[in-house]
Design a protein around this ligand. Sequence first.
Ligand SMILES: C[S@@+](CC[C@H](N)C(=O)[O-])C[C@H]1O[C@@H](n2cnc3c(N)ncnc32)[C@H](O)[C@@H]1O
Length: 412
Amino acid sequence: MPAPDVDPLGTAEWLCSPAGDEARVRAAALADEVGGDPLRAAARLRGTGLPPDQASAALDQVVLHRLARERGMAPGPGMLLTRDGLEAATGPVVARHRADLIRASGARRVLDLTGGLGFDTRALTDAGLEVQAIERDPVIARYLAHNCPTAHVVNADATDPSVVPGLLAELAPTDVVFVDPARRDPHGAREATTARARPERDPERWSPPWSWVAAIPHPRIAVKAAPAFRPPEGWQAQWVSVDRTVVECATYSWDATGHSRSAAIVLRGTLRGVIPAGVASESFAERVGTSVHEVDPAVSRAGSLAALAAELDLRPLGPDSSWLTGDHDVSHPALRSFRVIAELDGPPRERRRRLSSLGITHASVKCRDVAVQPQQVLRDLGLLEGSGPVIAVTRSREATMMLLAEPIQPVS
Ligand SMILES: C[S@@+](CC[C@H](N)C(=O)[O-])C[C@H]1O[C@@H](n2cnc3c(N)ncnc32)[C@H](O)[C@@H]1O
């Protein structure tokens, strides 16, 4: 049987039209009626007279919106989404934080060179900025224009030498060029289990590549880079974590953040604080205190651990440890705090005996600074995985250290 004609741009145009809008609303209602079963919803939708490609496109949007909500992306109800676009999109709190920094540093306009589905573009326009957004993929550019009606969208390749110079000429020196390079090639290799396009670690293989971005002839460039990115001297960097996972290294070519290096902590949908980097400390804990504190990974990436420790009167457990310790209670958004029950030392048999004497049968294991797998630790200690006590495995000076601890409920 010949494959049906597929016209992605035609379908995109239809989805953006009032008829497409109506079909998406109907698809959402039908999907609810049939308990979310996509096959039954598709059959019911085709039964209303919609051609199969339009029925499937409308239903795809329902599924993608559900996925986006599950991931906390908070898409506006009329936004058009794609699976790859969602993978690459910036979460709402992080996008708003960047937009606020850009606005606060005096910009009026932003040239967004890699618009995508427009999650960043929307945050920028919502912050009161005038935005020109470029997107090279024609379908995504159509969705971008639909999703960000107040932005001026251009479907073009930003690296085409005829595109950017004219747009740069319209910016004041305090305005900003924003780039969120594509780090996954939609046509490249996919991961076997998730079918996600593989992330590209080499910044020269991003689109556009880092060297191209760094050479844009404008004084204010903001870049969303991968968490592992190490920005060159002269660029500010802010590692942003969301619920304890570092999601990006936000990089600025001017003083946008007030600090050369910093960490921004987002917890449960709220920006909870920014922690600037300090001078690396030579002072480590002489002994384990009554409490230990697991530091948010953005803090470690930014080199802010010593500054945070000094502020809270805590000490790192060792030069390569991302744990702090002290003898007083502390509550801080960048810390997960635990009360120490016991230091587990000696040979494995002795550790097992100690755990058994304490009646511990289940624990969760945290191995942040050592090349040991939690499952291996559980096996060695004869424990089952479970909530409750925590086994923290870290480095204290030269040695591996194992602590049994229990979570302290945060004060707020
Ligand atoms: C990481 S996504 C942007 C996501 C966006 N910031 C958001 O939060 O929704 C990168 C986008 O840049 C586009 N892109 C990649 N290279 C480009 C280029 N040379 N010119 C214009 N767009 C490009 C890709 O098609 C992709 O949609």
